[in-house]
Write a new protein. Structure first.
Length: 327
């Protein structure tokens, strides 16, 4: 397709991952009125990956939700990338794209404005414009799941820094002697508190005491190697004491990290999203009560800690938020 979508309609948000492309049409209230999903071709050619994205976009073009036209396209893509030029630089999850001018190609194909950014930045903007952080000026957002991504929004704009590389809060170290993170640094909060770290900590509990009884092991069908962070969350929901202990240890790691963030940025709201954040939501009051011990900011107790509004659809809403000013 090479014709313009038109300029009187909604915005399309596109969320590109290593295994899927999710797309959605988003109205000016931040509501996803239609959506779809296609497999991503991450390990083939650049052209095959582009076709997967175009196919996902095209799948919504002729739906009733798109009848008013699509005014712009916002894309969440794996980093590193340059948000100003829309070039995908060197993403480990998409080895087919190196210095790939994604925004330029999509804009040329569909003849509408296109913006590209990473998922955490975009989700932070969506939460600020339409979600949990609406009405706040200085927003810190973190998505805690398989990794830890973060985004900073100041006065309604993503803070990118000089080169577009700002906001990598998941790779802020809280232990310079800690385990080596995938980024190469030691003691990053991501290697200590993301979903895989929770699973690893749970497995270590059973390695230290093979006779432990826990719903975690039952959910793993007796196989310690099958224990994941997700199973820890399910066991906690079922009232398992060991699962609670593991999640409390995770809170003990996240709290000083958030304290560092507060002392650095002085935000007026903290927003947490992602699967692990949802699992930890019952501990938000505990985090709030601990934060004053990890901050010099005298107003830390006044900063709300909120669960993100957008869940699994954060990438679609985030992509759309990148282009909301075109509407």
């Amino acid at each position: 397709m090479t014709e313009s979508f038109g300029r009187d309609g909604n915005v399309m948000g596109v969320d590109i991952g290593g295994t899927k492309v999710a797309v959605g049409i988003v109205n000016d209230k931040g509501e996803i009125v239609a959506q779809g999903r296609r497999p991503m071709v991450a390990n083939g050619t650049a052209e095959a990956a582009l076709e997967a994205v175009s196919g996902a976009i095209d799948s919504l073009v002729n739906t009733n939700a798109a009848q008013g036209g699509i005014q712009s396209i916002g894309i969440c893509a794996p980093g590193p990338l340059d948000p100003r030029s829309g070039v995908v630089l060197n993403p480990p999850n998409l080895p087919c794209w190196r210095d790939f001018p994604l925004a330029e190609i999509i804009a040329g194909k569909y003849r509408v404005p296109v913006r590209v950014d990473n998922d955490a930045n975009a989700a932070a903007l969506a939460e600020t414009r339409w979600g949990a952080a609406r009405g706040y000026r200085y927003v810190f957002y973190t998505c805690i799941g398989t990794g830890i991504g973060t985004g900073i929004v100041l006065d309604g704009n993503i803070y990118h820094g000089k080169t577009g590389s700002a906001g990598e809060g998941g790779h802020v170290s809280i232990d310079y002697r800690g385990p080596v993170c995938g980024c190469g640094k030691r003691g990053c909060i991501e290697i200590l508190a993301a979903g895989p770290a929770i699973g690893a900590r749970a497995r270590a509990k059973f390695d230290d005491n093979s006779s432990r009884q826990s719903a975690i092991l039952e959910l793993a069908r007796g196989d310690v190697a099958r224990i994941t962070g997700e199973l820890v969350g399910k066991a906690y929901a079922a009232g398992d004491p060991l699962a609670r202990e593991i999640l409390e240890e995770t809170v003990a790691l996240l709290t000083p990290w958030l304290g560092n963030i507060v002392d650095l940025l002085d935000p007026d709201v903290l927003v947490m999203g992602g699967g692990v954040a949802a699992m930890l939501q019952p501990f938000f009051d505990d985090i709030r009560s601990r934060l004053p011990r990890w901050c010099v900011n005298p107003h830390v107790a006044d900063i709300p800690l909120l669960m993100a509004h957008y869940g699994a659809d954060a990438g679609i809403a985030g992509g759309a938020a990148l282009c909301a000013d075109f509407v």
